[in-house]
Design a protein around this ligand. Structure first.
Ligand SMILES: Cc1cc2nc3c(=O)[nH]c(=O)nc-3n(C[C@H](O)[C@H](O)[C@H](O)COP(=O)(O)OP(=O)(O)OC[C@H]3O[C@@H](n4cnc5c(N)ncnc54)[C@H](O)[C@@H]3O)c2cc1C
Length: 534
């Protein structure tokens, strides 16, 4: 078993864990993040992608609403390439309680959230897809956020300050000596190799798995696992994010993102954090509810369904689902359980990940005797792209291709443009839906953290558009065959990738999506002979 030493091991490569890694690194604390899958393996890639303004929580929890608003403004400032500042709408339908709207307006004002009532004629002109019976509509400062991009930006920023990342490493043991944690035991999920990292402190940011990780240290944390199903439409249904103006419930948020719209969600308590299979009945129920806001919803083309598990922290053992707070809990196990060097951070929202990280690292720094202050709200996550570089990018990738690649790649965009300028072959677009070039695919294949087609997909969005990988996955695999990590059985790489896509396509297979699935299966099974591929 190999061994290394570090001050802090962070467990969990979601928004919370990567935010903590960055904060530790900026304060000069040596740290390594360990993640059992790729980054965003958990809930941080299985959400609406709504950077809340706080309006959704204003009535129920003013403090949480205020936190959302502050974090929303910080992320827009430090990571403009990760945020689409498109604004949000809250719309009231005739069956919604008018008194709630009044209560909501007062609560938003108290939380400092700017609301502006819209003229209903203007609303119908701008958003004709919405139910014509909408009785009131308000603008709020909601935004869309790209989870993958935020997570990788956090890690890249942390790495610039000396932090390390180990993906595909699952924590299987926590070693202690005299009431103090001393290290973690890991298994490499790709090779089976075991590893040991000695440390002074462990931060458990394992989201819906936080209870299981705490149990490795002999501790108990009550995390309610609350599954939510979402669906993705093949285009932007609305210009802005649309929320329903009523107490938070199922099927009441539409978030336009890049080339698609995400609509959700549901709330069902599950036993397993890995329970992310979207159910057929949940999808049907979701669409039925969404028709209240968009009556023609069932006629629009869905490209996939997916599900995430909310980690909801509960002190006792009472109710689950929407009754449990969406706030976060910072657990100092030295005080709580007498185990030194072990901290858990549970619950919260994607929107508040930076604040959660700040509070966690404040505690970690105090315990480690470090006095450096938090800098994550001020330091940009990635430098803005130089306009001259963007112009060069447009010459090699075209206008939309260059803009998308610049946002996705952040600081690495310059390298990819240089490569495409040097080698015209690299300018080829491999994924037409998301406009991803060979140069971009080659760049992420070389970064040392890409081991599967899925890893390439999450970093570039290859295979995430309307065709769901029908045309681009085969081409991408061909281009990757020269890299050592893709030197194995090609049929395995491709079938694993297509099966994961299939998991999301299957519950929405009707109309155009059914035709697309048939085309995809004809291409792979007949034309390319997938069954016989070696
Ligand atoms: C359906 C749904 C919609 C949502 N919509 C929104 C929204 O629009 N806006 C918003 O702000 N929030 C939203 N949320 C909440 C938000 O997505 C989550 O609060 C947030 O992503 C949790 O991040 P995390 O880093 O704490 O957990 P995760 O992202 O789950 O990260 C935890 C990581 O720990 C890893 N891990 C677990 N065990 C181990 C181990 N033993 N060894 C190594 N690694 C391990 C996991 O693989 C995982 O990647 C939504 C949640 C759901 C379910």
């Amino acid at each position: 078993m190999t061994a290394e030493t570090v001050q802090v091991v962070v467990i969990g490569g979601g928004a919370t864990g990567t935010g903590i890694l960055r904060d530790l690194a900026l304060r000069g604390i040596s740290a390594i993040l360990v993640e059992q899958g790729d980054l965003a393996h958990g809930t941080s890639s299985r959400f609406h992608g709504l950077l809340h303004s706080g309006a959704r929580y204003a009535v129920k929890d003013k403090e949480a609403a205020r936190e959302c608003l502050e974090e929303n403004m910080i992320l827009r400032r430090i990571a403009p390439n990760c945020v689409e500042n498109i604004g949000g709408l809250f719309v009231q339908l005739p069956e919604d309680d008018p008194a709630y709207a009044e209560q909501w307006l007062v609560a938003c004002a108290e939380a400092g959230i700017k609301t502006e009532e819209m003229d209903l004629q203007e609303l119908r002109r701008n958003t004709p897809i919405l139910n014509a019976q909408v009785t009131r509509a308000f603008k709020v400062p909601d935004c869309a956020v790209d989870g993958f991009r935020v997570l990788w930006s956090n890690v890249n920023s942390a790495r610039r300050h000396g932090a390390r990342l180990l993906t595909y490493h699952r924590v299987i043991g926590i070693r202690q000596s005299n009431g103090q944690v001393i290290g973690v035991e890991l298994v490499n999920e790709l090779t089976g190799e075991k590893k040991y990292i000695a440390c002074d402190m462990i931060i458990n940011a394992a989201g819906a798995w936080a209870g299981e990780v705490a149990a490795l240290a002999g501790l108990e944390i009550n995390v309610i696992k609350d599954k939510g199903t979402l669906v993705a439409y093949n285009h932007r249904l609305t210009k802005q994010i649309v929320n329903r103006l009523r107490p938070p419930g199922d099927g009441d948020i539409f978030v336009p993102h890049g080339t698609i719209t995400i609509f959700g969600t549901t709330s069902v308590t599950v036993n397993d954090a890995a329970c992310t299979k979207p159910g057929d009945s949940e999808v049907a129920e979701l669409i039925k509810t969404g028709q209240d806001m968009i009556p023609e919803l069932e006629n629009y083309r869905l490209i996939r369904a997916f599900a995430g598990v909310r980690p909801l922290y509960q002190e006792g053992n009472s109710a689950g689902g929407r009754d449990v707070t969406r706030n976060f809990a910072l657990l100092d196990h030295q005080e709580k359980d007498g185990l030194q060097g072990f901290i858990s951070i549970v619950g919260g929202k994607f929107t508040t990940f930076r604040l959660m990280a700040e509070k966690t690292v404040d505690l970690a720094a105090k315990r480690l005797g470090v006095t450096a202050a938090c800098r994550t709200a001020e330091e940009p996550l990635a430098a803005p792209v130089d306009p001259a570089l963007l112009e060069r990018g447009k010459r090699v990738f075209g206008v939309p291709g260059a803009k998308k690649a610049a946002d996705r790649l952040g600081d690495s965009f310059a390298k990819v443009v240089e490569e495409a300028e040097r080698n015209p072959d690299q300018r080829k677009i491999f994924c037409e839906c998301e406009v991803v070039s060979l140069a971009e695919i080659a760049h992420v294949a070389q970064d040392g953290d890409s081991f599967t087609l899925g890893d390439i997909r999450r970093k570039t969005r290859m295979g995430m558009g309307t065709c769901q990988g029908t045309f681009c996955s085969y081409r991408t695999l061909g281009a990757l065959s020269g890299y050592p990590q893709f030197a194995g059985n090609h049929k395995d790489y491709l079938t694993k990738f297509l099966q994961k896509r299939w998991k999301g396509i299957r519950p929405v297979m009707w109309g155009q999506q059914l035709r697309e699935a048939q085309l995809s299966s004809a291409i792979y099974c007949s034309l390319f002979g997938l069954e016989r591929m070696k």
